[in-house]
Design a protein. Sequence first.
Length: 330
Amino acid sequence: MSALHPVGAGAQGSAGPLHQEAAPGVLVKAAQAAGERQDALGDGWHKGEPGAPLTWRTLGLDTLASMLLLSLQRLGGSSFSAQCQWPRLHPLNERAIAVSHHPLIMVESTRQLARALERRYLAPDGPAPLEPLSVRLGVRPGVRPLERGSATDVSVRVSVGDLATHAGVLAAYRISAEYEHEGMPFGSCTMRCARPVHLAAPCVVAPPPLSHLHPPAAAVGAAADTDVLLARAPQGRLVIVPRDPGHPVLLAGRPPRLPALAVLEAVRQAALLTSGLTAQAVAGLHVELQAPVPPSGALAEVIAEPGGSRVLVTVGGAVAALGTVALLGP
């Protein structure tokens, strides 16, 4: 997918102190163990039935309407194929006759793919699922599918790698997904999932002053005011203050800390707000979580760079997340 525009292509980056880093020898042993397990269990690479239907409950979703993944099949080794369906009236999409799907729908589809892979193949009997701690997204703005009907059918090619275990339990892995519509590649997403070491809620941050102002949705590339995650505080600072603390996609279930999906969207909104560009200018996104980000009150500092922006998300003066946004010129 060299024609895509992933931020920092070719650099995997560090997943930070949120997860337990595995030594190269551990990764090799994990890969060997996965191969042995595959040989022992046959083509399923798990203890269940590979053809069992996916449901919104097995994916850990709040409602059936949140489900984007329709099917998942193993092709062999660490390669898989999947089918997704993206509704035109998804909560993140604009309400228009012809809709270019919000890029975070691709990220959420990859997250659901990761959950399905864990449940079916990687750790069907494991504890709570691993969490995305690093997300890298690349899109082709000129070929993204437009939906004028009810939903867009999307094909996905999936690969899994960098498996790591801790005490015999899956501790981390990387999933890469390439998305196609009617045979045309239009985007890719790579996600590293791991188990955070610090499971407690993030440090308490003083609530933003009452004088903070939320920008209009159009200024941050959002479809509705309830999707806005940023506010302007005194001295022009940008603060992450979701207008809807229980957003059905970004903050489903009111989590005690911002998930990677919400941090990625805050980074995207911050870059668009400061650049003055529209959502169609975004060609790539990347975020790396370094520490828990509170659900409200973290600062977002935008630094303009050639071809895009770098965004630092800080909590109490310490960097909690690093983000980059690739932007196409006007």
